[in-house]
Design a protein around this ligand. Structure first.
Ligand code: 0O2
Length: 212
């Protein structure tokens, strides 16, 4: 779709972007609070850092077209659950489940969908935990339940996903089978690294406990 079409159809939608920005803020704050609590109680930060994004109008239009859906504010709101996106990059593997469970336990959060690409990596080697949650946003006149896509992964998984994304984007043709296999093998090496770093962390922690 050209920019003119996107602008005309999305004008009303762009006005609603504030609600999605607010939903991102709500999730960000919840996660920061959990991370700080861990820091204070256990001297450990489960979260390395977070990234946030609102899906660009052009990507929204492309996704709606791909799904064969009409491009209007109402349909976008009903059919797209990844307009507000939060990426949580954790230090260790165990931190992923810790953060997920603590977030989903909160009364005002409801889980719409969970995709566990860590237990079941994608064919290309991609690993991450994807959640779609609904979070309430309190506005002047009403309360809106807003979907947010949360991707939770380790630093190592993030390193692989960022480079793989760039490579896919950069290559104009399909990546050859041989290169795909090499990328997948990098993902497997990263899985071993994650497990080894987790073990080292636990062993160091238990040594510290012995001496304290
Ligand atoms: P962007 O710009 O990152 O948002 P859906 O249509 O939403 O039901 P979808 O989109 O396949 O199904 O959902 P899924 O499987 O949860 O994955 C969505 C997002 O995960 C993608 O967003 C990527 O950010 C990330 N992702 C999924 N697979 C891969 C992969 O193989 N490599 C990398 N690097 N990232 C991946 P979008 O929509 O592509 O765009």
């Amino acid at each position: 779709p050209d920019n003119l079409e996107i602008n005309e159809n999305l004008e009303e939608f762009v006005l609603q972007q504030q609600i999605y920005r607010a939903a991102i803020k709500e999730i960000k704050t919840k996660l920061e609070i959990l991370d700080e609590e861990f820091q204070v109680k256990y001297d450990h930060n489960p979260i390395h850092h977070m990234e946030y994004r609102l899906k660009a109008p052009k990507s929204i239009a492309e996704k709606m077209k791909k799904k064969g859906l009409e491009l209007n504010a109402d349909s976008i709101r009903k059919n797209l659950t990844d307009i507000a996106g939060v990426r949580v990059i954790c230090n260790y593997l165990d931190d992923i489940n810790r953060i997920t469970n603590l977030l989903l336990r909160q009364d005002d959060i409801s889980l719409v969908r969970k995709r566990d690409y860590i237990s079941n990596p994608k064919e290309n080697g991609y690993r991450s935990l994807h959640l779609i949650v609904l979070v309430p946003v309190f506005l002047a006149e009403k309360t809106e339940s807003v979907p947010v896509e949360i991707q939770i992964r380790t630093i190592a998984m993030d390193f692989w996903a960022s480079l793989e994304h760039q490579l896919k984007y950069k290559s104009h043709s399909e990546i050859s089978e041989a290169l795909r296999e090499r990328l997948k093998s990098c993902a497997e090496s990263i899985t071993h690294l994650d497990m080894e770093m987790q073990t080292i962390y636990k062993e160091i922690k238990s040594e510290i406990c012995l001496f304290e």
